[in-house]
Ligand binder design. Sequence first.
Ligand code: NAP
Length: 333
Amino acid sequence: MNYEELMLRAITKAEKFKYTAKPNPVVGAIIINDNEIISEGYHEVYGKNHAEINAIEEAQKYLGKKFQSFSELTLICTLEPCSHIGKTGSCADFIVKTGFKNVIIGAIDPNPKVAGNGIKILEANKVSVKSGLCKDLIEKQNRFFFYKHKTNKPYITIKIASSLDGKSHYNDERVFITSESSRNDVQKIRANYDAILTGGNTLRNDNPIMNARVNFSVNQAKKILLTNNSYNKESDFFKNASVDVFKINDLNEIIDSYKDSDICSILIEAGPKLVNAFLNKGIVDELIVYKSTKKLGEKGVNWFYEDYAIENYGFKLESSYKIDTDLKNTYKK
Ligand SMILES: NC(=O)c1ccc[n+]([C@@H]2O[C@H](COP(=O)([O-])OP(=O)(O)OC[C@H]3O[C@@H](n4cnc5c(N)ncnc54)[C@H](OP(=O)(O)O)[C@@H]3O)[C@@H](O)[C@H]2O)c1
């Protein structure tokens, strides 16, 4: 296997941990001796060992058996080894201490705490480093993480369910607009995000849980509630969840408060008032619309004030496909 094939293998196998590593990026590391794979490691769980450490610890079992010194080996890792002492210590220092002389890196870590400093530590200690292999794929794999560090703001997606006649809900009764299959699809979308945000009316009217009800392990998203009114602190939304409550109306200020946190993505699930308020700010990156064949009629509350409002907000249709009888449309800027 050449370096590219090994990098692709690390990328593919790292993907398995995307729901338990988040909000951290997924990372894979492979240690080789000439053409033989000695060990592999992955960042499996947020707050636990980074991929390089897992790979090195595994390789240590074969020291004196498959190889005599770590200086004979090459470490291939999808993301630049970290330089900061975070939850687990600096990986770059550990790699140097272990004795590696050759490291192949996929993408440079965009986190300003690292951003090339991991490579500097390696090179300052006479480790040969090559970077950029499969970089685009790794950036795509960790799109929220790269977006956050490049723009200094989390990636923001709004998800809405709309009736055929463009309505969101009835004011006086609860109604399901979309099919069960679409609602199951929403569970998988929630599993991807680091935080889920809603407003006071939705909390009071719908009593939503808003966690990802999926049949695989997932780090549940932080929840964010925007309200200036009273609400029931015992409601399902607060159960087994970490919730940030904002009593301020400035949406930019609220989003800005996450720029130094590890929240890289926010999914907004709210009604027309809050959704339009966010769209008006121009800070939304993606809009997912589940459009049903059901009509709510005169009594239904409109999502938007005019036709083509989504396009008027500057969004273009990116993909569209059917889920059961509904249409799932994804728009991006
Ligand atoms: N079809 C769907 O996909 C969908 C999804 C979610 C909700 N809904 C429906 O939407 C209805 C509620 O819609 P909604 O838009 O009135 O309520 P919302 O989603 O709760 O959003 C509006 C509320 O957010 C809070 N807020 C804080 N800052 C704000 C700001 N800058 N601008 C606007 N709101 C701000 C306020 O809460 P306080 O009043 O507490 O201060 C405000 O009443 C619910 O009954 C629910 O059934 C539909």
